[in-house]
Ligand binder design. Structure first.
Ligand SMILES: Nc1nc2c(ncn2[C@@H]2O[C@H](COP(=O)(O)OP(=O)(O)OP(=O)(O)O)[C@@H](O)[C@H]2O)c(=O)[nH]1
Ligand SMILES: [Mg+2]
Length: 293
């Protein structure tokens, strides 16, 4: 099955029944479908490698919507090959899926971006969900945008999905929670301490890493004495709250489609080889293979 690099997160569905061609490709046995002396062997070996490449998602959206952070979230949490604006023009050439990030009501530019991506392989995400007054509000907003766009809109805080607090930040949060500190409603008021001081620096780092909602959530978790015993477990809790894992379902639903497209790539290679006269009988026999393995 076409899969993300590394072990699949729980919940990746099976891609369904495979044809003889894609079944052999998934087992890494594509070249065994022809005579070992056939000139198709290296072509099928290369096509088989391409077939098994990890699932590739390309992130699009208006500038400032959190696209680069979404790329990181997809790589780190869902183990996808992910690209975005930082990867330059043409980075989507081999993409299987597109992720359109919205951080405000859909505008013309978003409609244009949505039209430019393949409809059946594009997910729309309300990003920066943590900047809404609360998660339920973000979900309600996403529902309204979904009605306007005619496609589901998933709710994600890509920043929380990338939470990587270190021991120094964890200790600062623990001390703040023990002192009964809360996140002020104006995030700027969190930045107490002399500019350049260690206290100010750690507070700035916290806002940069997890922003106001993340700090507020972490303080509540630590004050409640939750099992966030160290930086790593607090990071994991924030990742779990980010909504990014909920993308695994809709991504998984598109895996069968991606697999069919990759099988079409193998067929195109075989057709090119047959046109060049390379083991035409072998190529045509394989091209006639359409049944389920
Ligand atoms: N609160 C919050 N901030 C976020 C989130 N994702 C990204 N940001 C912040 O938004 C800013 C832009 O993030 P990027 O990921 O660089 O977004 P981009 O779309 O690539 O933006 P440009 O590179 O400026 O075009 C940074 O300050 C991020 O920290 C999020 O989920 N929540
Ligand atoms: Mg950026």
């Amino acid at each position: 099955m076409v899969r993300p690099a590394g072990p699949a997160p729980e919940g990746w569905p099976d891609a369904g029944a495979s044809s003889a061609l894609s079944g052999a490709a998934e087992r890494g046995e594509l070249a065994r479908l022809v005579d070992p002396a056939s000139p198709l062997v290296p072509i099928l070996d290369a096509a088989g490698c391409r077939f098994l490449r990890p699932l590739h998602a390309h992130v699009i959206g208006r500038p400032g919507t959190g696209r680069d952070t979404m790329v990181r979230a997809l790589r780190e949490r869902l183990r996808l090959t992910a690209t975005g604006p930082a990867d330059g023009a043409g980075a989507d050439a081999d993409a299987d899926l597109w992720v359109l990030v919205l951080a405000g009501p859909p505008r013309h530019a978003d409609h244009d971006l949505l039209r430019s991506a393949p409809a059946d392989r594009t997910l729309v995400v309300l990003g920066k969900a943590d900047t809404h007054p609360d998660w339920d509000t973000a979900v309600a907003v996403a529902r309204r945008w979904s009605t306007r766009l005619g496609t589901p809109v998933h709710v994600v805080s890509q920043l929380l999905a990338c939470a990587d607090l270190d021991d120094r930040m964890f200790t600062a949060l623990t001390e703040l929670a023990a002192a009964g500190a809360e996140m002020p409603s104006m995030a700027g008021r969190f930045l107490v301490g002399r500019p350049g001081s260690a206290e100010r620096a750690v507070r700035e780092a916290l806002l940069r890493r997890i922003d106001a909602f993340g700090v507020d959530t972490a303080l509540s978790l630590l004050a409640e004495g939750s099992d966030a015993a160290d930086a790593a477990s607090l990071n994991r809790t924030l990742h779990a709250l980010s909504g990014v894992h909920d993308l695994a379902g809709p991504i998984g639903e598109r895996v069968a489609l991606v697999r069919r497209r990759r099988e079409d790539e193998i067929r195109a290679e075989l057709e090119r080889a047959a046109a060049r006269g390379l083991d035409r009988d072998g190529a045509e026999r394989l091209l006639a293979t359409g049944g389920v393995a």
